[in-house]
Ligand binder design. Structure first.
Ligand code: PGA
Length: 238
């Protein structure tokens, strides 16, 4: 298995980011990726050292065309991205993205040579109803194209109710879902994919969470906005 991965999801933030601070992120046993808003991809790529990978937060499923306001995977690649987050719950919720759309976007990302970070996760109502593993199974089945492989796809398990709330599942709950995801991918694709945990990961819990079975790093929102906390997480999960 590859190194563990600390992936920062800046969401719609970062215009005033401390780029000198990020340029000093640890270059060691953890792979580091920052996914800023689209307009900052080129800036970060030309400012930060090569060992820090740059990713995007969404892409369109078509290569080009009359899609006002959208950006294609190929354009992101050209701007300097190597990865793209797809199917984040904030896009599934606020933009009505379906598993089918996420699958089409994932195919486009692969065609452009980007690694897709495909997000899945249950709502609090689904967890309380005991539906978590069913939701994960259906979402993975619908969001991943047949061409997905451990080279071009990373999965992020992000319980919707843990994102930006400071709440996290128990270690047992995280391990249960990650093991389920690993089993499902093994059964369909015959290999072991990287699986990130996302949702209120911070310096204090990163080491414990990333040492759980089938946890290969984190997708970090709020705590990725400062180089101090993101750097501390990157060190903690190595
Ligand atoms: P959070 O966000 O770390 O702020 O909870 C994670 C994410 O939405 O990817």
């Amino acid at each position: 298995m590859d190194k563990k991965l600390a992936a920062g999801n800046w969401k719609m933030n970062g215009l005033d980011a401390d780029l000198a601070g990020f340029a000093a992120l640890p270059n060691g046993h953890t792979e580091v990726l920052i996914c800023p808003p689209t307009t900052l991809i080129g800036v970060l790529r030309s400012t930060l050292p090569e060992y820090i990978k740059i990713g995007a937060q969404d892409c369109h499923s078509e290569v080009s065309g009359a899609y006002t306001g959208d950006v294609s995977a190929h354009m992101l690649r050209t701007a300097g991205a190597s990865h793209v987050i797809l199917g984040h719950s904030e896009r599934r919720d606020a933009h009505g993205e379906s598993d089918y759309q996420v699958k089409e976007k994932t195919k486009a990302a692969h065609d452009a040579g980007l690694v897709a970070i495909v997000c899945v996760g249950e709502t609090l109502a689904e967890r309380d109803a005991g539906e978590t593993l069913d939701v994960i199974r259906m979402s993975l089945a619908g969001s991943l194209p047949d061409g997905a492989s451990s080279d071009n796809t990373i999965i992020a398990y992000e319980p919707v109710w843990a994102i930006g709330t400071g709440r996290t599942p128990t270690f047992e709950e995280i391990a249960e879902v990650h093991t389920c995801i690993a089993d499902l991918l093994q059964a369909r694709f015959g290999e072991r994919f990287r699986i990130l945990y996302g949702g209120s990961m911070k310096p204090e819990n990163a080491a414990d969470i990333s040492s759980l079975p089938f946890v290969d790093g984190g997708l970090i929102g709020g705590a990725s906005l400062s180089p101090e906390s993101f750097g501390a997480i990157a060190k903690a999960i190595s």
